[in-house]
Write a new protein. Structure first.
Length: 260
C-alpha cells in the first residue's frame, strides 16, 4: 500500500478504533446512558434530530466564521505591527499576554450585559478566543526573518513597507496558516460557550436544553456535530496551507535517505 494512501486512511482508522473502544467500554462496564451514552446512541440522536441539529449547527458555524474572520483580519494586522516594530512589541505584547490569560468564559456574562442575548456574544467570544494565536504566529514569522535579507533590501533602497510586503508576509505565511488551524478550533469553543450561557439558538443552546432534560445522548450528539464541523474547517485550512506554503515543507526530520 502506498504511503500516501496509508496517511489518508490513518485518521479514519484511528477514529473508528476510538469509537469501537468507546462502545466496548460502555457495554463492558454497563454504563447508563444518562452518564455516558454509547456512540451508537449518540449517532441515533443525530439522525432523529437531524433537522434541528442542521439548523442549529449552521447557526453555530455562521457565528463562528464571522468571529473567526474578524480575528484573522485583526490578528494579521496586529501581528505585522508587533513583529515589525520593536516599540509596538514591548508596548503591546505584555498586554496581550495578560488579556489572553483571562478566562473567556468569565467574559461571556459581561458580553450579555453589554449586547444582550443572541448571536453577538457568540461572535465576540469566537473572536476573543481565536485572535491571539494569529497575532503570536504572525509576529513570530516577522521576527524570524533573516537580518541578511533585510540588509540587502535596505541597501537596495527598500522602504519599511517594501520589507513587510516582499519579505515579512511571504516568510510568515507558514506561521499564519498554522495559526489558522488552531484559531478555527478555538472559535468553535468560544461560540459554543457563549451559546450555552446566552444563546437562543446554536449547538450550545441545544446542549443546554438537552442537559436540562437529562437527554445526555443528545448532548453527545451535539458534541459530535461540533467536532465534525471543527475537523472539516481544520481540513480546509490544512489544504490551503499545503497549497500556499508547500515550499516551506521539507518532510519529516526523522526520515533519512538510505545508502545504496
Amino acid at each position: 500500500m502506498k504511503k500516501a494512501t496509508v496517511e489518508n486512511l490513518a485518521p479514519w482508522v484511528t477514529t473508528l478504533l476510538l469509537l469501537i473502544l468507546w462502545q466496548l467500554g460502555v457495554m463492558v462496564f454497563h454504563v447508563e446512558n444518562f452518564v455516558l451514552p454509547s456512540p451508537i446512541e449518540a449517532i441515533q440522536q443525530i439522525w432523529a434530530n437531524r433537522y434541528a441539529l442542521l439548523q442549529h449547527g449552521l447557526a453555530t458555524l455562521s457565528t463562528t466564521l464571522v468571529g473567526f474572520a474578524i480575528a484573522v483580519v485583526f490578528g494579521l494586522l496586529l501581528g505585522i505591527l508587533v513583529g515589525s516594530f520593536r516599540l509596538v512589541y514591548v508596548s503591546l505584547y505584555p498586554v496581550l499576554i495578560g488579556f489572553n490569560s483571562v478566562p473567556k468564559a468569565a467574559l461571556v456574562p459581561v458580553l450579555v450585559i453589554w449586547f444582550g442575548v443572541g448571536s453577538v456574544p457568540a461572535v465576540i467570544a469566537a473572536f476573543l478566543l481565536s485572535f491571539f494565536p494569529v497575532v503570536v504566529n504572525v509576529a513570530t514569522g516577522f521576527a524570524t526573518v533573516e537580518p541578511e535579507l533585510v540588509d540587502v533590501l535596505r541597501v537596495l533602497g527598500a522602504t519599511r513597507l517594501d520589507m513587510i510586503v516582499k519579505i515579512g508576509i511571504p516568510r510568515s505565511l507558514p506561521y499564519f496558516f498554522a495559526s489558522l488551524k488552531i484559531a478555527i478550533t478555538l472559535s468553535f469553543v468560544g461560540s459554543v460557550i457563549a451559546e450555552i450561557v446566552a444563546g437562543n439558538n446554536g449547538i450550545g443552546n441545544v446542549m443546554l436544553i438537552a442537559s436540562s432534560n437529562f437527554n445526555v445522548p443528545l448532548v453527545f450528539a451535539a458534541l459530535l456535530v461540533v467536532g465534525v464541523m471543527g475537523v472539516g474547517m481544520y481540513a480546509i485550512f490544512a489544504a490551503l496551507e499545503t497549497r500556499f506554503t508547500a515550499w516551506s515543507v521539507r518532510g519529516s526530520g526523522l526520515e533519512y535517505p538510505t545508502s545504496g
